[in-house]
Ligand binder design. Structure first.
Ligand SMILES: *[C@@H]1O[C@H](CO)[C@@H](O)[C@H](O)[C@H]1NC(C)=O
Length: 154
């Protein structure tokens, strides 16, 4: 799964620009998931416990993917922590869908036991990014269908 981490980070570097970040002047300590900066379907994400700064959290991910099928045994929902410069701070934690969902139909999936990385002391800026997509034959690429991210401080 290391290759996935690399690709996700590259996307995030393009996607996350602190100067454009509407939350930049407003430090948040609990999650508010919103659009990623590249065009995909917006996912609805809630987690418990929130904030995800200690121990493990369980992520409830739902939404609709218009124009693409979620395929049982193939499509994944993945969670990753990024630092304030959008570099990966954690392994990719993911769950593979075990049901197929037609384009436009509502899906939901739970990614449980996602551990928080070790944060440097005090008000450390980070992102949690959640993506639904298909791993491709090229191990360096995930085809992304949906995404949501939150900007947080530890
Ligand atoms: C994020 O991690 C990268 C790679 O380890 C590092 O170069 C960068 O300074 C870090 N940024 C922040 C804001 O911590």
């Amino acid at each position: 799964m290391k290759n996935f981490i690399l690709v996700f980070s590259l996307f995030a570097i393009l996607a996350v620009n602190a100067d454009q970040n509407p939350y930049h002047l407003n430090k948040r300590f609990t999650s508010t998931f919103g659009p990623c900066f590249f065009p995909t379907e917006l996912l609805t994400v809630t987690l418990t416990p929130d904030p995800p700064t200690e121990g493990t959290s369980t992520y409830h991910v739902s939404g609709r993917i218009n124009g693409n099928t979620i395929t049982a045994g193939k499509t994944i929902a993945a969670v990753q922590f990024l630092n304030g410069s959008a570099y990966a701070m954690s392994e990719l934690h993911y769950k593979t869908f075990d049901n197929t969902v037609a384009p436009g139909d509502e899906f939901s999936i739970v990614v449980s036991d996602v551990p928080a990385p070790k944060f440097p002391c005090c008000n450390f800026e980070f992102y949690v990014i959640v993506i639904v997509g298909d791993p491709t034959d090229n191990t360096n690429k995930i085809q992304e269908y949906g995404c949501s991210q939150t900007h947080l401080f530890s």
